[in-house]
Design a protein around this ligand. Structure first.
Ligand code: ADP
Length: 371
């Protein structure tokens, strides 16, 4: 192999290594085993498919994004041209894949789904791009995990509907331009910050999805219960919406768990009382905290008097990796105002104490305005 060939092979190797590392540190640190994981587990695909709203009108919440998308799609339809490329960002389980499917349905176009990790080399992407039909919607999930050479190929494809197929290696390599059919790219990412600016800039439309309000989750749970033929009382819907961490995927999963419980332990009717009992069994509390979240809060308050305590000490106390505590449990506790990260360490807030049914002692080191 020539020196250039060696360098190219080395670069490719480095790229694969970078992607392996990214993969290892992504996926929100394997909370798959928890019933409140925002990630889909391997058996959830089919059932999620059945519960997905098919049109924008059925899509609950995210009003701003929905309204903007409606305008984008309608004007594209009117002009008879594919709309701008769409980037959707936001935490897992909030509806990015669902929106990609809705975009294709609203445009009456086929959808080609793939994901960043599935595209190992630029050749994989070239194969997808060169077989797109006119107007097709290409959905790339986890687009921040696309390999760099593929990313660069995508720039040209998005801008000029063209790919350069590189033939040969080293100094003799030539790029053969290939026209591709005009298409719409829908990219989804849980980490918009990791997207390189040149890629981000090529999306004409960016929508950020936020956590849902309990009332919106209530509508989603009611709709899902209807589709699944679950008899459920209003009180149970309310209870489920409050415990679903603002995430439709979790709401739908908890609904299925309480349905199972109602079928096996009762007559199938899901009541508020039954929901509470079932979720206690699954260790999901009134705010949607699971075993790990509670363990962290509990250790912080009961063992360390509410803090401040360092992350690694806290992690040892709950027998978890510091990273798991930091990435999996803390963001939710912080978002709910139960825990604060201060320069001196982790501190329980008054709401954190209250959540465990305790009152902070007057001497407690509560976070202040200046932390
Ligand atoms: P993401 O791609 O962001 O991880 P998905 O689109 O796969 O999330 O959504 C996960 C599940 O939640 C799907 O089963 C979908 O039916 C449901 N869901 C998400 N958003 C909504 C919504 N706005 N209305 C109704 N159901 C939703």
């Amino acid at each position: 192999m020539t020196d250039v060939g060696d360098a190219l092979a080395g670069a490719e190797e480095a790229e694969l290594r970078r992607r392996r590392e990214l993969r290892a540190d992504s996926d929100e640190h394997g909370r798959e085993d928890s019933v409140v994981s925002p990630l889909a587990d391997s058996e959830e695909g089919a059932i999620e498919g059945a519960l997905r709203p098919k049109r924008l009108d059925d899509f609950v919440g995210q009003h701003r994004v929905r309204e903007q998308l409606t305008l984008l799609l309608h004007s594209a339809l009117r002009r008879g041209r594919p709309p701008d490329h769409v980037l959707l960002s936001g935490p897992p389980g909030l509806g990015k894949t669902t929106i990609a499917m809705i975009i294709a349905a609203e445009l009456g176009a086929p959808l080609r789904p793939t994901s960043g990790p599935a595209i190992e080399r630029s050749g994989d992407l070239a194969a997808v791009l060169s077989t797109l039909q006119e107007g097709e919607v290409l959905f790339i999930d986890e687009i921040h995990r696309l390999a760099r050479p593929a990313e660069e190929m995508l720039y040209l494809a998005m801008e000029d509907f063209r790919v350069d197929i590189v033939v040969g290696k080293g100094p003799g390599a030539t790029a053969i331009p290939l026209d591709i059919a005009p298409f719409t790219l829908v990219g989804a990412t849980t980490r918009a910050g990791l997207l390189p600016a040149p890629l981000r800039d090529r999306f004409g439309f960016t929508g950020h999805l936020d956590f849902y309000q309990p009332a919106e989750l209530g509508i989603i749970v009611r709709r899902s219960a209807g589709l699944l033929g679950v008899r459920i009382e209003d009180g149970a819907i309310e209870e489920l919406s409050l415990r679903s961490r603002g995430t439709p995927r979790i709401a739908n999963r908890l609904l299925r768990r309480v349905r199972d419980y109602a079928e096996v332990r009762a007559d199938g009717l899901v009541t508020r009382e039954l929901t509470r009992t079932a979720l206690e069994l699954y260790e999901v509390d009134e705010l949607g905290l699971d075993r790990l979240d509670r363990a962290v809060l509990d250790a912080l308050i009961r063992r360390f008097g509410g803090g401040p305590v360092g992350l690694s000490t806290l992690a040892v106390a709950v027998a978890e990796e510091a990273e798991t505590v930091e990435v999996v449990a803390e963001p939710f506790l912080v978002r709910h105002g139960l825990l604060a990260r201060t320069p001196r360490g982790r501190v329980a807030t008054p709401a954190g104490w209250a959540h465990l049914g305790l009152t902070p002692p007057p001497s407690a080191d509560l976070p202040t305005l200046f932390d």
